[in-house]
Design a protein around this ligand. Structure first.
Ligand code: PLP
Length: 711
C-alpha cells in the first residue's frame, strides 16, 4: 500500500510532540511510549540508561525527519501522542468526581527525595520511591497536587565494590539539559529565583520543574554564582555532608518551598510533610501569618490546620535531631521573626518543654503543627503512638492522634514489558484503566481467563530475563576491577532453579545476611540435585554505615569464595532499574527485618503482579497483606524481647518455612512439569495484593481521610 509522504507541517508536529513527550515522565509508566525511544536508537536507549531526552539529543534532526517517513513508525508515534494528549486533557478523573474541593487549591507535598526513574537519581531509598509513586498516582487520579524537593546536582551515590569487597561510593554530575526537567522562569521570561535566610546569609535558589503526567514537581537548586561556595553545595548530594548541611538543606526544603509556592502564585490548601525533613515549612507559614498581624498563638493554630504529617520509621536514627547550638546558628532569625526566645524556639522541637538536654527534633516540630499525622502501616501506626505518647501527656496511648495509611506502589510503573504485553493481549484496549481495580485482579483467579500454563510460561520468561540481566551485570562488574582474564558468567545461576531475591537498603535492622546464618544447611539446599535454590542480592549501605558495608562484604565474600559460588550473586548499584528486574524475575521475595522496625516496606508490593511470592516476617505491610494463601510468613505475629533471641528465632523460622513450605511447593510438579499449587498461590497473591497495596488506593485514602477533611 502506498502512503503519502508526511508534509513538513506534520513532521514538525510529530517532532514537537516527541520533545514534549520525552520531557514528561508519563512515558516511564507507558510501555509503547518507551518503545518509541528505544526504536529510535536501541543502543543509545541502553547506554544512556533509558533516558528519552538524551536519546532525542543523540538522533539528528535530519535522521528524525527521515525516520518519521516510515509510515509504521509514524503511526506508532501518532498513536502514543494521541494517548498522551488524551491523558493530559482527561476531564473525567477520580478527583473531578471526588475532590472538587481541592480545585485551584492543590496539595503541596514536600519530600527530601523523589524516586521517579533511574535517570533522575535523587532518592536514597524507599521513602523517595514512595514519594515518586505517590506523585504518579496523584496524576492518574487527577488530583490537584504539586511536589516540592531539591535538585541534587550529584544525586545519590553510585556503588562499586573494590578488591576487598568493600563498598565504595562515587558521584557523577547530573546535566539538567539531558534530563526530563526544565528551568522555571518568571513573568519576564528570566530564571525565577527566590531567597531564604540561613544563619546570617541570604541564600538564593533557582528552580527546576519535572513533569510527572499532569502534575509538576519543583526542585530547588542553590548552585548559583551569587551564593557562597558552601551554600552552592547545599544541593550537591542527597543527605550529603554533616548535620550542618542537613539542617540547611531542611531549611531550604521547608522554608524555601513555601516561598516558592508564593512566588509561583500557587495557593495550597494542604501542606503534606513526607517525613520530618520538611517540618521547617510550619515555621515559615507561622512567620507569614505573624507578618500580617496575627499573634503567635493564632498563627500556630492556623498553620496546624493547613498541615499534615507522615512519619516513616520507628528507627530512632531516622528522626533528625539538631543540637541547640546548631539550631541557634542556622535558624536564630526565625526565633526573632516569631518574637520568641531561643529556648522557646527549641521547645517547639522538644517533647519535654524546657529540658535543655533535649535536642531539637524535626518529627516533634511536625507533630506539634499538623492537624493530623499518620504512620505507614497498621503496626507502624501503633508503634508510633507509643513512641510519641509523651508529647500528648493528657492522652492514653490509644488516643494519641497518629493514625495510619498503609503504603502502596504505582502498579503500572513497576510492570516489566512482557507483563504489560501479557495483560494487554488478554484485556484489550482499556486494560490500563482497569488495572487498578479489584475486579481486574480477581480474574487472575479464574483458570478459564488465564491458564496455569500461561502463568508458568510468563514466570519462566521473567526468571530467564533476570538471570541474563544478572550475568551481564556480573560481567560488567568484573571488568570494572580490571581482571586480566576474560571470563563469561554464563555458569552463574540456573534459569530452572527456585530464585530467591533480596534487595533493599543495607540498613542493619533489615538483616541482609540472616538467611546465611545456618550456612551449612543453606549450602546443602543450594547444592541439592533435585530441588536446588539460588540467591540474588543487591543494595546500598549508607556511606557512613560501616556495619551495613560489612554485611555487603560478607555476602559478596560468600558469593565468590565459598560453596555458594555460582548460586549466589550480588548485583552492584541497586536502583529502580535493578529493582524492576529483581521484583519481576525472582520466585521468592525475601524480607527479614527486625520487627517492628520495617515501618511498611514496599519492594514486596512490586512483586505480586509479576507472580513472585513474598516470604517475610510479619512486619509492616506484610502483616496486613498475608492471608495464609498468598505467600509465606516467617514466624508469628509477635517478637521476642531481646535482639539476640529475635535473630536466633527468626533465622530458625526462616529455614523452617524455606524447607517445609517454599521448596516443596515450588518443586511439586504434575506430570507436565507444572507446579499447580504454587501457581494457585500466585493467583491469590495477584488478586489480593496488587490492587490493595497500590498508590492508586493509597492516594485515595490520603485524599478521603486527610486532604479533604480540612476546614
Ligand atoms: C522499592 C525500592 C526500595 C524500598 O524497598 P523496601 O522494601 O521498602 O526496603 C528501595 N530502593 C529502591 C531502588 C526501590 O525500588
Amino acid at each position: 500500500m502506498k502512503t503519502e509522504p508526511l508534509t513538513s507541517a506534520e513532521l514538525t508536529d510529530l517532532i514537537h510532540g516527541l520533545n514534549r513527550l520525552a520531557r514528561n515522565l508519563w512515558w516511564t509508566w507507558n510501555q509503547e511510549a518507551q518503545e518509541i525511544f528505544q526504536k529510535l536508537s536501541a543502543r543509545a536507549w541502553q547506554n544512556l540508561y533509558h533516558n528519552a531526552v538524551a536519546v532525542l539529543h543523540e538522533v539528528s534532526d535530519y535522521e528524525l525527519r527521515t525516520r518519521l517517513q516510515d509510515p509504521a513508525f509514524a503511526a506508532d508515534v501518532r498513536d502514543v501522542l494521541k494517548r498522551f494528549n488524551a491523558y493530559m486533557e482527561e476531564g473525567d478523573t477520580w478527583a473531578a468526581q471526588n475532590a472538587q474541593k481541592l480545585e485551584g487549591k492543590p496539595v503541596a507535598y514536600f519530600s527530601a527525595e523523589f524516586g521517579l526513574h533511574e535517570t533522575l537519581p535523587i532518592a536514597a531509598g524507599g521513602l523517595g520511591i514512595l514519594a515518586g509513586d505517590h506523585a504518579k498516582s496523584a496524576s492518574d487520579l487527577g488530583l490537584p497536587f504539586v511536589g516540592i524537593s531539591l535538585f541534587y546536582r550529584q544525586g545519590y551515590f553510585m556503588q562499586t565494590i573494590n578488591e576487598e569487597n568493600w563498598q565504595t561510593e562515587y558521584y557523577s554530575r547530573l546535566n539538567p539539559r539531558n534530563l526530563p526537567m526544565e528551568a522555571v522562569l518568571d513573568a519576564k521570561g528570566e530564571q525565577l529565583t527566590c531567597m531564604i535566610q540561613i544563619a546570617t546569609s541570604q541564600v538564593k535558589f533557582k528552580v527546576w520543574k519535572v513533569n510527572v503526567g499532569r502534575i509538576p514537581i519543583y526542585l530547588m537548586d542553590t548552585d548559583l554564582p551569587e551564593n557562597e561556595e558552601h551554600h552552592r553545595e547545599l544541593t550537591l548530594r542527597v543527605y550529603g555532608g554533616d548535620s550542618t548541611t542537613r539542617i540547611m538543606q531542611e531549611m531550604l526544603l521547608g522554608v524555601g518551598g513555601v516561598r516558592l509556592m508564593r512566588a509561583l502564585d500557587i495557593q495550597p490548601s494542604v501542606f503534606h510533610m513526607n517525613e520530618g525533613h520538611a517540618a521547617f515549612l510550619t515555621l515559615e507559614l507561622m512567620r507569614e501569618k505573624m507578618a500580617t498581624g496575627h499573634t503567635l498563638e493564632d498563627a500556630s493554630k492556623a498553620t496546624t490546620k493547613e498541615c499534615i504529617f507522615t512519619t516513616h520509621t520507628p528507627v530512632e536514627a531516622g528522626h533528625d535531631r539538631f543540637t541547640s547550638d546548631l539550631v541557634q546558628y542556622a535558624a536564630h532569625k526565625f526565633a526573632n521573626n516569631l518574637k520568641i526566645s531561643h529556648q522557646e524556639f527549641m521547645d517547639m522541637g522538644r517533647v519535654r518543654k524546657g529540658d535543655e538536654s533535649e535536642p531539637f527534633c524535626m518529627t516533634v516540630l511536625a507533630l506539634k503543627h499538623s492537624r493530623t499525622a499518620n504512620g505507614v502501616s497498621e503496626l507502624h501506626g501503633e508503634i508510633s503512638r507509643q513512641m510519641w505518647q509523651d508529647l500528648y501527656a493528657d492522652k492514653k496511648v490509644e488516643e494519641v492522634p497518629i493514625g495510619h495509611i498503609t503504603n502502596g506502589i504505582h502498579v503500572e510503573g513497576w510492570m516489566k514489558g512482557p507483563l504489560r504485553r501479557f495483560f494487554r493481549s488478554r484485556l484489550g484496549e482499556h486494560w490500563d484503566t482497569d488495572l487498578n481495580t479489584h475486579a481486574f485482579w480477581s480474574r487472575m483467579e479464574d483458570p478459564d481467563f488465564v491458564s496455569d500454563e500461561e502463568i508458568w510460561a510468563l514466570r519462566s520468561l521473567l526468571r530467564r530475563e533476570l538471570i541474563e540481566f544478572s550475568r551481564r551485570r556480573l560481567l560488567l562488574q568484573s571488568q570494572s576491577l580490571k581482571r586480566e582474564n576474560f571470563i563469561t558468567f554464563d555458569h552463574l545461576l540456573n534459569p530452572d532453579v527456585l530464585t530467591i531475591g533480596f534487595a533493599r537498603r543495607f540498613a542493619t535492622y533489615k538483616r541482609a545476611p540472616l538467611v546465611f546464618q545456618q550456612f551449612e544447611q543453606i549450602v546443602k539446599l543450594v547444592k541439592d540435585k533435585k530441588h536446588p535454590i539460588q540467591f540474588i542480592f543487591a543494595g546500598k549501605a549508607h556511606p557512613r554505615d560501616d556495619e551495613g558495608k560489612r554485611f555487603i562484604q560478607h555476602i559478596i565474600h560468600l558469593s565468590k569464595h565459598t560453596e555458594l559460588h555460582g548460586h549466589l550473586v550480588f548485583i552492584e548499584n541497586y536502583d529502580i532499574h535493578v529493582a524492576r528486574q529483581m521484583v519481576s524475575g525472582c520466585d521468592i521475595w525475601l524480607n527479614n527485618p527486625r520487627r517492628p522496625l520495617e515501618a511498611s516496606g514496599t519492594s514486596g508490593q512490586k512483586t505480586s503482579a509479576h507472580g513472585c511470592l513474598n516470604m517475610s516476617i510479619l512486619d509492616g505491610w506484610w502483616r496486613e497483606a498475608f492471608d495464609g494463601s498468598n505467600g509465606f510468613a516467617i514466624g508469628p505475629d509477635s517478637q521476642p524481647d531481646s535482639i539476640e533471641e529475635q535473630d536466633r528465632v527468626d533465622s530458625e523460622n526462616l529455614y523452617k518455612v524455606l524447607t517445609q513450605e517454599v521448596i516443596p511447593g515450588f518443586y511439586n510438579r504434575d506430570s507436565t512439569g507444572i507446579p499447580r499449587q504454587w501457581i494457585q498461590k500466585i493467583r491469590r497473591s495477584m488478586s489480593t495484593i496488587t490492587p490493595e497495596y497500590s498508590t492508586w488506593r493509597m492516594v485515595q485514602d490520603y485524599a478521603n481521610k486527610y486532604y479533604l477533611t480540612g476546614e
